[in-house]
Design a protein around this ligand. Structure first.
Ligand code: SF4
Ligand code: SF4
Length: 222
């Protein structure tokens, strides 16, 4: 899922200062699950804006609403009346949702209310980890199901590097060395000899390094 955190409330309050009718728009998908931008957070944000503006002696009309999915045009119609009634939208969706809103309602301003961070796995309550960078050519089969792109700080295909110590990466004692984990899995499955095979350089053109990407599936395209 896409993981992010709501922007600091003060930042959101400042961003909507010039506006009189504000709609805080939550999204019912990833940001609801990661407790950053669902209905609860949309209501809280709207309340915080309203209280701050009353205190400042400049009361405003603030509403909140949650759309099932902000990253798809068809779902955005569900909120049209509320959206068009507002002077500005604060979107609590990920960056994809904010951009979809700005495309679909191009005459309106939709501001980001979330700092979108990464594709994450909910590891435990309140903890998410980045296990995939969407490189466009998955090598998990060769690395025992542990991603060397996301979980090695250098995205090395032939690891570990000399900085791996006691299972930790040289960038931080808090960071597991992805390649240490891969080696442990190789040992567990008696496949350590796989390390002798030197992997050729990866073709990064399938990743974001190749520029903005677009995926076209002719088999499902209308
Ligand atoms: S190899 Fe690429 S697609 Fe596979 S998990 Fe890693 S980043 Fe994601
Ligand atoms: S210590 Fe491990 S995770 Fe860190 S850069 Fe080296 S191989 Fe990658």
């Amino acid at each position: 899922m896409i993981v992010g955190e709501r922007k600091p409330l003060q930042e959101i309050i400042k961003a909507v200062e010039p506006f009189e009718k504000i709609l805080v728009l939550g999204c019912g998908e990833c940001v609801t699950v990661c407790m950053a931008g669902g209905d609860k957070e949309a209501k809280e944000t709207a309340l915080a804006i309203s209280v701050a503006r009353k205190r400042a002696g400049k009361p405003v009309e603030v509403k909140s609403h949650t759309i099932e999915r902000q990253c798809e045009f068809e779902y955005l119609e569900a909120g049209r009346k509320l959206i068009e009634d507002a002077d500005v939208i604060v979107s609590l969706a990920c960056g994809v949702g904010v951009q979809t809103m700005n495309m679909h309602y191009e005459d309106m301003r939709t501001l980001p209310g979330i700092n979108t961070t990464f594709m994450g796995m909910p590891f435990q309550q309140g903890v998410w980890v980045e296990n995939c960078l969407g490189c466009g050519n998955c090598v998990l089969e060769e690395t025992m199901g542990i991603c060397p792109i996301a979980r090695c700080s250098k995205s090395m295909l032939n690891g570990p590097c000399g900085g791996s110590q006691d299972g930790k990466c040289e960038v931080s004692k808090e960071t597991d060395c992805g390649w240490h984990l891969i080696v442990e899995r190789l040992m567990k499955f008696d496949k350590l000899s796989a390390l002798e095979e030197v992997k050729p350089p990866k073709d990064w053109s399938t990743s974001h390094s190749g520029g903005p990407r677009k995926m076209i599936r002719e088999d499902v395209k209308l």
